[in-house]
Design a protein around this ligand. Structure first.
Ligand SMILES: N[C@@H](CCC(=O)N[C@@H](CS)C(=O)NCC(=O)O)C(=O)O
Length: 262
């Protein structure tokens, strides 16, 4: 993974941002991909240069140039949702092929093998129109929460990051996620028994919000609160732990260097 040749190329800033759920999806799926990471550079006058990206932005054959982008053969994609959707479809294709190999793959602990096997049956974008609609809804919902967080993180440099405001909003929204997950009683993932890309999307978002809150318990509460969200996080963790511990994983910055919360 990450650095393979002839596979996909994922381009994004050298931050978590919108790229991280895509990275997690590719990693969980065992898809070969190469990364192009672009960095902001501070100019002498204190402003930030985006030249690493702007120098190539219109030279990559992207019909709607932006970051993140994913180049998969002759498919040149931007727009995060389109990339996630494509990643899940590629996942189905490639993971079916890899299913037998994965069973004896020493990189994955036994627990994740069974979870991956379950996920493999459905793919990571649902197996029915209803599941796909619910996944799209949960993805959009994560965007609502992420937007409040990132708008606050990217306030003008004179502004202060208002973490408590972000956490208050997240806490007002998490009960909806908890109730939805609770309604799916056949497994630990947000859709129940099948892993889908919204699990890794929320895994990353909750990981960042927990840092803002001062710890996972400060965000999710103690004494048995949010048991279904916790079950999802616990089920995703073994699938991503090798990547999280690898030197390819971006822990910080969460947001770009120009943000007031990084
Ligand atoms: N709607 C786009 C928004 C992408 C976007 O806002 N990208 C930001 C980073 S998160 C960027 O710096 N894009 C590069 C550019 O505008 O040239 C998506 O969902 O992918």
């Amino acid at each position: 993974m990450g650095g393979g040749s002839g596979g996909m190329v994922l381009g994004y800033w050298a931050i978590r941002g919108l790229g991280q759920p895509i990275r997690l999806l590719l990693e969980v799926s065992g898809i070969e991909y190469e990364e192009k990471r672009y960095a902001l550079e501070k100019r002498a006058d204190g402003t930030w240069s985006r030249d690493q990206w702007f120098d190539v932005k219109h030279k990559l054959g992207l019909p709607f140039p932006n970051l993140p982008y994913l180049i998969d053969g002759d498919l040149h994609l931007t727009q995060t949702q389109a990339i996630l959707d494509h990643g899940t479809r590629s996942t189905i294709r490639r993971r079916r092929r890899d299913a037998m190999r994965t069973r004896t793959d020493h990189r994955h602990p036994v627990l994740s093998l069974s979870l991956l096997a379950v996920a493999d049956l459905a793919g990571l974008n649902g197996s029915t129109p209803k599941e796909r609609a619910e996944i799209a809804m949960i993805s959009g919902f994560s965007g609502d929460v992420r937007r409040v967080y990132t708008q606050e993180a990217y306030r003008p440099s004179s502004g202060e990051f208002d973490g408590p405001k972000v956490i208050a909003y997240a806490k007002s929204q998490l009960p909806f996620l908890e109730a939805f997950a609770a309604s799916k009683t056949d497994g630990p993932f947000l859709l129940g028994k099948s892993l889908s890309y919204v699990d890794v999307l929320w895994y990353d978002l909750i990981d960042q919000l927990a840092v803002v809150a001062g710890g996972r318990d400060a965000l999710l509460g103690t004494s048995g609160e949010n048991p279904n969200i916790r079950a999802m996080l616990d089920a995703v963790h073994p699938l991503v732990v090798d990547y999280v511990r690898s030197d390819r994983f971006i822990d910080r910055p969460f947001n770009n260097l120009s943000a007031c919360f990084k």
